[in-house]
Ligand binder design. Structure first.
Ligand code: NOJ
Length: 506
């Protein structure tokens, strides 16, 4: 009997091994890398660009950034864009996700004045990609709001959705002939919660318990404005438009009712508040969070809920306004309704949901405090979104791992992280998830927001001391290139040298 069990296990094991070796990404699966304008471009006031909220914050309040740096020059993509495209060709990428700087195109935020030099820069960048068959995937907004719009309240102004639509029209009109993948917003939670409810991102408004909810309303309406405009006037047969969320994996600490409810509330606060109005069948803000905020607001003496409402017309307008669900995924946490609870300001979103989180000390840790390698977190997220939103088309628009500069070019921990994530992508494809592409964060080191240049996410290292901002491939760049080339995750692959070349045909 023992022998039989042993032989069976052996058979399953070897079968799993061969299947794993043979699993291939589909030919039309899109591999790319991702970046964002403020994190790489530099040229902060070059050729008529307007000021953005990160320019303002880092110039007037430099100590909020860990190394007191800023994105004034960053990786100087404004001058190095050809080298960036060369790197994409070295990696053999199918696509490249990057964002537009709104004030580089519209210095005042409004569409009455277009900065031709900014438009020329993006035309050059896009043309260079298209020349080499690399599909541009553009994020309209990755956190660098024109300061002039912030002076008017930014995302908290009810006119924001109109401003965003006007900006979208300008860029769809300018670049829509060559760009077929559009993402309206990158990570609404980080925009609204971190920017308006706390002090952990520009504009550091700290309107706790108010800012995130108000911002959420205008952000999702703005998304729907841009989406409908695109589909009606620009998309043609092949253009697609979606929105990208930061979706970490939240897992109940235990199977108690409290922990399960806490996990649901946390998911709703993190991304459901921004995704339910667009992807759910019922539309509008998520039910449980709405009820909790409503109740707390009344208890706290407000005349009505701190969570704003939508009209029925708005609910209908937003519902279904998507071609795909974009996921930025990095990590996950355990969530509890009774353990690890902390004090929070009242009112605040954290006080509203009142959950405790924890991680396992077994998970490998990256340079960023929040980033641990939680097993199968990406697979779990993909399965959840499939289940929740009726199997939508999904793109993984970011996934990656941070190291410190001192870690050097042989980044085996990043390699381990990427391989595990890509195995999860294959698992998800096997499970029928409608996943169409994967973008590694990031093509190169860049300005990591409040952490400045102290945390590095690049497949390519960037030398920020060097005026030329020289880029050098890390080991992970070679490993990713091999995945893209072979469409297989080969756990044994080791690059034979650290010299990059461009393969024929790319
Ligand atoms: C998500 C953000 O979109 C990106 O800007 C950031 O650099 C990465 N996460 C890493 O923190």
């Amino acid at each position: 009997m023992k022998w039989l069990v042993f032989i069976c296990l052996l058979a399953i094991g070897s079968n799993a091994f061969t299947t794993r070796q043979q699993r291939k990404f589909p030919d039309d699966f899109i591999f790319g890398t991702a970046t964002a304008s403020y994190q790489i471009e530099g040229g902060w006031d070059a050729d008529g660009k307007g000021e953005n909220i990160w320019d303002r914050m880092t110039h007037t309040n430099p100590t909020v950034i860990k190394d007191q740096s800023n994105g004034d020059i960053a990786a100087d993509t404004y001058n190095n864009y050809k080298r960036d495209v060369e790197m994409m060709r070295e990696l053999g990428l199918d696509a490249y996700r990057f964002s537009l700087s709104w004030p580089r195109i519209l210095p005042d935020g409004f569409s009455n004045r277009i900065n031709d030099a900014g438009v020329q820069f993006y035309n050059n960048y896009i043309d260079e990609m298209v020349k080499y068959n690399i599909k541009p995937m553009i994020t309209l907004y990755h956190w660098d709001l024109p300061q002039k719009l912030q002076d008017l309240g930014g995302f908290l102004n009810p006119l924001f959705p109109q401003w965003f639509e006007d900006y979208s029209r300008v860029v769809f009109d300018l670049f829509g002939d060559r760009v077929k993948y559009w993402i309206t917003f990158n990570e609404p939670r980080e925009v609204c919660y971190q920017g308006y409810d706390t002090v952990t991102m520009a504009p550091m408004l700290n309107a706790t318990g108010i800012g995130a909810y108000l911002c959420a309303k205008h952000l999702v309406l703005a998304h729907a404005n841009a989406y409908h405009l695109y589909k009606k006037e620009f998309a043609g047969d092949d253009g697609v438009c979606g929105i990208t969320y930061s979706v970490g994996w939240s897992e109940p600490l235990t199977d108690s009712k409290e922990d399960e409810f806490a996990t649901e509330l946390m998911r709703q606060a993190d991304w459901g508040i921004y995704s339910e109005p667009i992807f759910s069948e019922s539309g509008g803000f998520p039910k449980e969070l709405t009820e909790v905020v409503n109740q707390k607001s009344i208890e706290q003496g407000y005349s009505k809920s701190r969570m704003p409402e939508f009209t029925q017309e708005e609910i209908e307008f937003m519902r279904g306004a998507y071609d795909f669900f974009g996921i930025n995924h990095y990590t996950g946490v355990y969530v509890s309704g009774t353990e690890n609870l902390q004090e929070h300001p009242v009112p605040s979103m954290h006080d509203d949901i009142n959950v405790g989180t924890s991680v396992s000390s077994d998970w490998p840790a990256a340079a960023s405090v929040w980033l641990k390698q939680m097993p199968d977190s990406l697979l779990n997220v993909l399965l959840l979104i499939k289940e929740k939103y009726n199997n939508p088309v999904i793109y993984i628009t970011e996934n990656g791992w941070s190291t410190r500069l001192e870690a050097g070019l042989v980044d085996d921990d990043r390699v381990r992280y990427y391989r595990a994530a890509l195995e999860n992508v294959l698992d998800a494809l096997d499970a029928g998830v409608n996943l169409k592409g994967y973008m590694a964060w990031s093509l190169m080191d860049n300005f990591e927001w409040m952490q400045g240049y102290t945390e590095r996410f690049g497949l390519y290292e960037v030398d920020f001391e060097d005026p030329a901002r020289t880029r050098t491939p890390r080991k992970s760049a070679f490993v990713y290139k091999e995945v893209v080339r072979t469409r297989v995750v080969d756990h044994e692959y080791e690059p034979s040298s650290m010299t990059m070349t461009i393969d024929e045909g790319k």
